[in-house]
Design a protein around this ligand. Structure first.
Ligand code: PAF
Length: 297
């Protein structure tokens, strides 16, 4: 695996790969790689001839009171992990390389999708994410890019940004990787004390409760949201931010549940702010009534 620290170096390396007829997969990360990141790299390595992992803790996506300075880092471990998972290139630029003139004057703001859920607590976060990912897409060029569904709203924002700005990049969403007890893997899980870690799966349990209500026929989002909130509130160590069911594509709040929806939660637990989500598919009214009458198609 070749480590590259300049944008020009990465652009030239990937242009040369494509000139030889090879396909390129990109896996943007902020490092401190865990099994969730490795699953993205492995998928990219399976689906493309060469994979470039990017490792950049992007200051633009942290709010003024957030954990930029404390964000966990392990440059050497990340190099090993990325290489073992199948990366051909590791792009690890300094902040000065990505933002040579300081904070950029041009930023990418994906309206509407960025506003609910995470956007209410972190109003500048998605503009920071969309701006750095747009830069990475511009540097890397044509290919596929892999992101975890764990950050579901981020994935929706990036999909829309790539489509709106005509990047020649297919955005691929990959399933969340979980611990055996359901906790979604996240670099920020390292902030949890052993006691907090023991109760952290309550978040995933709340999502499963919400989903099973939908599976049992509940179509009122307020009822599903209240059930998820109530479950999280059984554990007083959580400070709940949101527990909501949303449209799976634009993340708007539905008035009645239909089609593909996403259940999303965020809560603070000690020093960590944890987020998680699951999918639910609401069968159409006609498929429900034909299933009930045993109709044969
Ligand atoms: O998900 C992350 O690690 C980051 O938000 C990303 C997509 C690498 C942008 O900095």
């Amino acid at each position: 695996m070749q480590v590259i620290t300049t944008a020009d170096g990465l652009a030239k390396a990937l242009d040369a790969e494509r000139a030889e007829g090879r396909t390129v997969g990109l896996v943007p990360t902020m490092g401190f790689l865990h099994a969730g990141h490795r699953s993205l790299i492995e998928r990219s390595a399976a689906e493309n001839d060469v994979t470039a992992v990017t490792l950049f803790v992007n200051p633009l996506q942290f709010g003024p009171t957030e954990d930029l300075a404390a964000y966990p880092r392990d440059a050497q471990g990340d190099q090993r992990s990325a290489a073992e998972a199948g990366a051909a290139y590791l792009f690890a630029p300094l902040v000065e390389e990505m933002y040579p003139g300081g904070a950029p004057l041009t930023t990418v703001d994906v309206a509407e999708i960025s506003e609910p859920l995470e956007g209410r607590s972190r109003p500048t976060h998605f503009a920071g994410v969309a701006t750095v990912v747009a830069k990475l897409f511009a540097i890397a060029g044509r290919g596929r890019a892999y992101f975890g569904e764990k950050d579901y709203q981020q994935l929706a924002v990036i999909r829309r940004m790539a489509a709106d700005l005509s990047f020649p990049i297919e955005v691929v969403g990959c399933p969340t990787v979980r611990e055996a007890d359901g906790l979604a893997l996240s670099s920020r899980n390292v902030y949890l004390t052993p006691d907090e870690r023991a109760v952290a799966p309550v978040l995933h349990e709340a999502l499963q409760r919400g989903r099973s209500l939908i599976e049992q026929g509940e179509r009122d989002p307020a009822v599903v949201n209240a059930a998820m909130r109530a479950h999280i509130e059984t554990e007083p160590r959580f400070t709940l931010d949101y527990a909501e069911v949303a449209d799976a594509v634009d993340l708007s709040a539905p008035t009645r549940l239909a089609g593909e929806v996403r259940l999303l939660v965020a809560a603070r637990l000690g020093r960590a702010r944890l987020i998680d989500n699951v999918q639910a598919v609401v069968p159409s009214a006609s498929s429900e009534s034909s299933a009930a009458s045993g109709a044969d198609h």
